[in-house]
Design a protein around this ligand. Structure first.
Ligand SMILES: O=C(O)CCC(=O)C(=O)O
Length: 1058
């Protein structure tokens, strides 16, 4: 009997195995000894499944092509195999198995366990973009996922590492809201990461306070205490804003000593302590700390680099050289060590070696160091002409870099520094070329069908990719703030360690989940045996789904839907408002064909309105609806709109103390965006937020205008040479204040202003029956109410699409102009792609695109001037960004024309926002039901989309109520008060409609969606279910919502009822 034939899985074993999946990752530690039996069982199952796959392959090989089609492996086998490998922490095999499942199973995106497992693998390999996508999808399909806390924490850490602060903050908040028992981390660990987010964002005082609060926690573990003390000590060391130097130095040393005491086996605290001592000139103490650090953590290039600095400062070039060599041998990409080596060689008059070392430092070394860039250029130019060192015959103070690389390190150092093979030539990192990346994608996609050579190539590329990602992450973490060359001066290198730690240290699972002897075979029941030609046995849960699958379609009436829901409302994954089991929309690629240069810079659609009749003509509305963005000139004059009502003077006279949000921004020309240092063109659009009043902003606006007049006069007068340089520089780095989001919603305060806007044609009015947003029935600030912007030249509204892709109206009050940029909706995926390339979050981030870069990417960009009195129409989904050229005010609001295009774009964004964990400001479900109550629809596309949403949400609400009833929880009728705002889940921020699960939290009643409520309490204990509507009424609305067949003449897409 061969080995395969002895593999038996007993019924209890199968039961245990069926319950293992990616959710146990971090809870069930199979690497240790505690779960030895489970580990043995999982290994056995892996062997079993792998044997089965080999067997099937062999059978396949021996069959005719027709018979081959009958042999099929259930894709779930690969998924299960992926889970097992993941639990065994064999990430490469887990990844490979998951990739096979991905390729074979069309509906893979619906399986949160697969998505979570895949996300964990990508996370392990630092492939943050892919890990983010997988984890976001897991949470999208299952917002109540039992590992949501871990998924959110990982998302937060990844966003933090990629400097997407707002997105990171959202996920930290969600991780905190998730039930504690579901997480592999403690609340205090989470607070630590949140404090670190503050530090990384540059909010140093807030970070210090948060760390200090943590140190007061009685239950702080010693590991966490060490982390907090290290971080705080280093913060005191680096941040001048945290006090006077001597006090900071004392605080830093005190904290770092506490860190060392709390975790004596770690070298990290000692290293930082050494850095602090060195900075204070305590050379002896610094050496001791570094030595101790090296003893604890040998492989730390930063420590060796700092030792080198200390030696160099002590005028011991040979020792310094050896220390730097240790550093770069440990980390060939250590730019600081290479740069220091370069300057060491320069100080010893060895320019060739210096050049080689500077070059090895790579772009990370030169990016923020203009002096070094110049030095490199100088050396490059002069070395070509210089004689070879052998010719000059001068005695060299140091061995050349080649010699040093191969030199035996002095006894003291060699005991610690490992030697690695590659020579120190300026060389490439392990980055994958574009071609290699394509090959990797291709191989992964076809991973189920690869030759052994292709498999090997895929593994090689994957590990190269992983190394490059890890190096990239290190490079990012090293760049920030490291003006000096003493290794990574940043907070983030520590954070990186923490990131790693998070995946290494996980709490133990409570008990071994298996009691029977795994070796005893049992030939009865559900036993699985792999021998000879046994049928394929699945390791899926033994329970079968007793519910009948039901197909829902919009042809069903409410009675049929409610009846079908009694049997089975289906899983929550099939309740998408886009349709049964529809996946969320994906950002579209730039659509073909490639546009010509003229098409990439199209003229702005422009219409001149000369009379009231034209203003109210359907042609004007049609013109607007036809174009992605349009300028309507002459409209306000034709309607005799008194724009003076929105002038700064009138506003100050009316409500001087009214609140204004202020954005402090860098003044720059409209098609450029520079970073704060003024050295790099970037997309990140930084601004600091504060608040003021209308009166104070008005003073600033007027003052800025006066100053510019004065400057104008000065410019007219001749300048002496000595004046012009600094004055020019000062102007270049000027900051400005943009008064934004001034709320004009209060009808009692702004009656004359709001009344004036009633003169506009219906399609552009703030409120009208033909505007979807007027059917929401409650205020959505800035969307169905007016917002005002108060500007000085250079004030910027960064790139964005409107909330839920609604249209917007913007009027320039004057006296100055604004400059607009716009990209049609169809190209928003292209804009997003470039945002990601620039390391920016499309939804959560703030960005100012470079029009040339967009055009080079095949994305057309409109650019035009909005003069005083001009109305700009922004159509659904148009990406736009705006900069004031002069001093002006603008007013803006959103509108929702009753068209299929507007509705579907809004609904698609509603779903995509869920994937991205971005709150949808427009409650689309509540809105759809109100629209169904209020309007008649004659456009079949709009009707189908709305009816689908109605059916799906009726089904979801019934499914929710069924679940609540099944748990014996009371349901109370609550109704909806007039003007009552829509409800959002307090945990996941999704809209909750009709069935509100409410629980008291800190004396407030917090609404939850079903999934989040179940995660918080599987039995729904402590929740109360409130119904917003009577089911009869919903049924009646649904049934009455039929396609309206209008009279042949004068028909419109949608009409309000008579
Ligand atoms: O006037 C502004 O700066 C705001 C522009 C804008 O984004 C809009 O009106 O949609």
């Amino acid at each position: 009997m061969d080995e395969k034939e002895e593999l038996h899985l007993t019924s209890p074993e199968l039961q245990v195995l069926s319950e293992l999946d990616s959710r146990q990752f971090g809870f069930l530690k199979l690497r240790g000894t505690e779960h030895g039996r489970t580990r043995a069982l999982v290994l056995k199952a892996v062997k079993y499944l792998e044997g089965m796959l080999v067997q099937v392959k062999e059978e396949e090989r021996g069959c005719s092509p027709v018979a081959k089609r009958d042999i099929c492996i259930d894709p779930k086998t690969f998924c299960k195999l992926g889970h097992f490998h993941l639990l065994l922490e064999d990430y490469a095999k887990a990844m490979s198995a998951y990739q096979k499942f991905y390729a074979l199973e069309q509906d893979n995106w619906k399986d949160p366990l697969f998505l979570y497992g895949l996300g964990l693998c990508y996370y392990h390999y630092n492939a943050f973009e892919w890990a983010t996508k997988a984890l976001q999808m897991a949470l999208y399909v299952s917002p109540g996922f039992s590992r949501a806390a871990d998924a959110h924490l990982r998302l937060a850490l990844m966003f933090k590492a990629r400097r997407h602060w707002a997105a990171a903050a959202v996920h930290f908040r969600r991780a905190r809201l998730a039930p504690h028992q579901d997480a592999t981390f403690t609340r205090l660990e989470l607070s630590f990461h949140a404090a670190h987010l503050l530090e990384a964002r540059g909010l140093r005082k807030a970070a210090r306070d948060a760390y200090e609060r943590l140190l007061e926690e009685p239950k702080l573990s010693s590991t966490l205490k060490a982390d907090v003390c290290r971080q705080l000590g280093w913060l005191y060391h680096r941040c001048v804003s945290l006090g006077e130097p001597a006090a900071r130095a004392r605080a830093a040393i005190w904290c770092l000593q506490r860190a060392v005491a709390a975790e004596p086996e770690s070298g990290a605290g000692l290293y930082l302590l050494g850095r602090c001592f060195a900075a204070q000139g305590k050379v002896h103490d610094a050496f001791i700390a570094y030595r101790n650090s090296v003893e604890k953590s040998e492989g730390n290039a930063d420590t060796w680099c700092s030792i080198g600095v200390l030696y160099q400062q002590q005028n011991q070039p040979m020792d310094a050289l050896q220390a730097y060599i240790c550093a770069v041998q440990l980390d060939k990409g250590h730019s600081a060590a290479w740069t220091n080596l370069g300057s060491l060689y320069e100080s010893c008059q060895m320019p060739r070696d210096a050049f080689a070392c500077y070059t090895n430092g790579g772009s990370a070394a030169t990016a923020n160091n203009a002096a070094l860039r110049q030095r490199l250029a100088f050396l490059k130019a002069h070395l070509a002409l210089a004689p070879m060192p052998s010719i000059t015959g001068k005695r060299r103070q140091l061995p050349s870099i080649e010699e040093a690389w191969n030199l035996p390190i002095s006894a003291e150092m060699s005991s610690r520094a490992p030697k690695s093979a590659p020579p120190p030539y300026p060389g490439k990192r392990d980055e994958l070329s574009q071609h290699q990346l394509h090959t990797l994608h291709y191989l992964q996609k076809n991973s189920h069908n690869l030759t052994p050579q292709q498999q090997a190539l895929m593994q090689q590329l994957l590990s190269q990719y992983r190394l490059a990602q890890a190096a990239k992450t290190r490079a990012v973490t090293k760049q920030e703030g490291s003006g000096s060359t003493t290794g990574s001066d940043t907070t983030e290198s520590l954070a990186e360690d923490l990131l790693k730690k998070f995946s290494d240290v996980q709490p133990e699972i409570k008990k071994e989940p298996i009691s029977s002897d795994t070796n005893t075979s049992n030939s009865s029941g559900n036993e699985a045996v792999l021998c000879g030609r046994q049928p394929v046995v699945k390791l899926e849960p033994l329970k079968t789904d007793p519910l009948k699958p039901v197909t829902f379609h919009i042809g069903m009436n409410s009675k049929q839907i409610l009846e079908a829901c009694k049997d089975n409302a289906g899983p929550a994954t099939s309740w998408s408002v886009l349709g049964d089991g529809c996946g969320p929309p994906e950002p579209p690629s730039v659509p073909p064909p490639r546009l010509s240069p003229e098409q990439l810079a199209p003229p702005a659609p422009f219409v001149y309105v000369e009379s009231k009749r034209e203003a109210f003509s359907p042609q004007l509305q049609d013109f607007c609806l036809k174009h992605p963005i349009a300028v309507v000139r002459g409209l306000t004059a034709a309607l005799k709109l008194d724009l003076g009502l929105f002038s700064t003077k009138t506003l100050v006279e009316a409500w001087p103390d009214h609140a204004v949000e202020v954005r402090t921004q860098l003044m720059q020309s409209a098609d450029e965006n520079w970073d704060a240092t003024g050295r790099r063109r970037v997309w990140a659009c930084a601004s600091h937020r504060s608040h003021t009043t209308v009166r104070k902003y008005a003073q600033y606006q007027a003052g800025s205008f006066q100053e510019s007049l004065r400057e104008e006069r000065e410019r007219a007068a001749p300048l002496s040479d000595s004046d012009s340089g600094p004055a020019k520089r000062r102007r270049a780095a000027r900051m400005l204040r943009f008064g934004t989001n001034v709320d004009l919603s209060d009808e009692r305060k702004w009656r004359p202003q709001l009344a004036e806007l009633q003169k506009l044609p219906a399609f552009a009015r703030v409120a009208s029956a033909a505007n979807m947003l007027s059917h929401v029935g409650h205020v959505i600030l800035g969307m169905n109410t007016v917002q005002l912007y108060m500007k000085v030249p250079g004030s910027r509204t960064p790139g964005h699409q409107e909330n839920n892709n609604f249209c917007s109206i913007n009027l320039n009050i004057g006296p100055g102009d604004c400059e607009w940029f716009g990209v049609p909706d169809a190209y928003w995926g292209g804009v997003r792609e470039l945002c990601e390339r620039h390391g920016l979050s499309y939804l959560h981030g703030s960005w100012w695109p470079d029009p040339d870069e967009l055009r080079a990417h095949g994305v057309p960009v409109y650019r035009f001037t909005q003069r005083p009195g001009d109305l700009v129409w922004v159509n659904a989904g148009c990406v736009h960004w705006v900069q004031a050229t002069g001093w002006c005010n603008n007013i803006a609001w959103n509108v929702g024309p009753l068209t299929a295009r507007q509705y579907t774009l809004a609904l698609e964004r509603y779903e995509w926002n869920k994937v991205q964990n971005f709150k949808s400001i427009v409650p689309m479900v509540h809105l759809t039901w109100n629209l169904a109550r209020n309007i008649r629809v004659s456009d079949p596309r709009l009707h189908r989309a709305m009816r689908t949403c109605l059916m799906q949400t009726l089904r979801a609400a019934t499914g929710t109520l069924n679940t609540v009833r099944a748990r014996g929880m009371p349901i109370r009728f609550h109704g909806r008060a007039r003007g009552e705002a829509s409800h959002y889940c307090g945990a996941c921020e999704r809209e909750v409609w009709h069935a509100l699960l409410v629980r008291e939290h800190e004396r407030r009643h917090v609404v939850h969606c079903l999934q989040c409520a179940r995660r918080a309490s599987p039995s729904l204990q402590g929740f109360l279910c409130l119904e917003e509507h009577h089911m009869d009424e919903l049924a009646q609305v649904y049934d009455a919502f039929t396609l309206h067949r209008p009279a042949p003449l004068g028909a419109h897409a949608a009409l309000p009822p008579d």
